[in-house]
Ligand binder design. Sequence first.
Ligand SMILES: Nc1nc2[nH]cnc2c(=O)[nH]1
Ligand SMILES: [Zn+2]
Length: 435
Amino acid sequence: MTSPSTAPTLYRATYLHTPRSPFTHPDALDAQSDGGLLVQDGVIRAAGPFADIRAAHPDAPVTDLRGGLLLPGFIDTHVHYPQVRVIGGLGLPLLDWLDQCALPEEARMADLAYARGVARDFIGGLIGAGTTTALVFGSHFAGAVDAFFEEATRTGLRAVTGLVVSDRLLRDELHTTPQRAYDEGRALIERWHGAGRTLYAVTPRFSLSASEGILDACAALMRDFPGVRFTSHINENTREIQTVRDLFPRARDYLDTYERAGLVGRHSVLAHNVHPTDRELGVMAAHRCTAAHCPCSNSALGSGFFPLRRHLDAGVHVSLGSDVGGGTGFSLLKEGLQAHFMQNLMPGGVPLSPAHLLYLATLAGAEALDLPHTGFFEPGRAFDAVHLRPAPGTPLDAVFRHAASPERALAAAFATGTPADVARVWIGGDTVLGG
Ligand SMILES: Nc1nc2[nH]cnc2c(=O)[nH]1
Ligand SMILES: [Zn+2]
């Protein structure tokens, strides 16, 4: 049975989006200075110049969003739910930061009431930054993962997440066994994968904390439940990489620890990849998996410069992640700016235009997660959107009022925009913030 149609709304706005990748299509950015998006039942029905859409739909009520910028909702492809309350542990390299900042907080997630509060803080932070879809590193505790899915369902967030599993070198209370990892994962998948806007991601923390037995349990879930996603970390920090080499003497490299278990494929998103080998890049491209680039985290933890050029040359798909709480906040505008800075500063870096940054923050994530109904504005896609409207008197407001083109306004949004400039957020046509 189909539900009855609701009345359409015609949004009038300056909007920008990237229907293609600017890394392969130089003219990928579509900017409508006076655009129209007709939305009905949460889905975009028509898109283009306002005058054209108006002429075709003269009776549709108009919501006027002029004076700001309307963008597709941001898609964060690497962010940790249990770490929202420990953002800002600056000055430590990865393994020390995990021991001193992240893991003690992750142990608190055993307490379900605590986890529920964290889920509210976390999802509030994502939506407040204009993020409408996220691939989320969950918790080591199944109850806390349930709490996350419940909060995502309540708020309407599009979320892909799962139970984080490890069986060595963390803290005892965060360790599990292959059998328990499989059984708890299976129960969560049966409850949440494909329920409303939520999907499941099989999530070993990283090979450093995962034995071959745990990775095999992850592979069994991937085999038994086709369509679930896979995520983990790779090649983030030189000490981490050396430890993984020592733990897996038969593996050719870090990627091989996942590859041998059968975990590398089209639905795999591997975070960081700051220090890859050429073999790893070739295999990632061949399997069409994604590297989630987290530039603020790479800077805060001193992990290194992401070799974007080598990824592009090898044909590896790249998306963007905030990596909260190794990262410094939820804004993908800030991640875009930091990516731009780092590519500017590193020898052989890729010059990133505002179109590249918008693509990385939107469609690149939709492609990584294989969510073809999100990522940009076209008829048939869900209306997931963020309206940036800076407060009067702020510098960004001054730029918006005087910008020579929508592209200039977009560049300023990445340069200086923050969650304070997010006025309204829609997911599937529902207003989830502002309005
Ligand atoms: N940045 C980051 N890297 C990791 N590698 C394993 N766990 C983590 C984590 O929580 N954050
Ligand atoms: Zn991470």
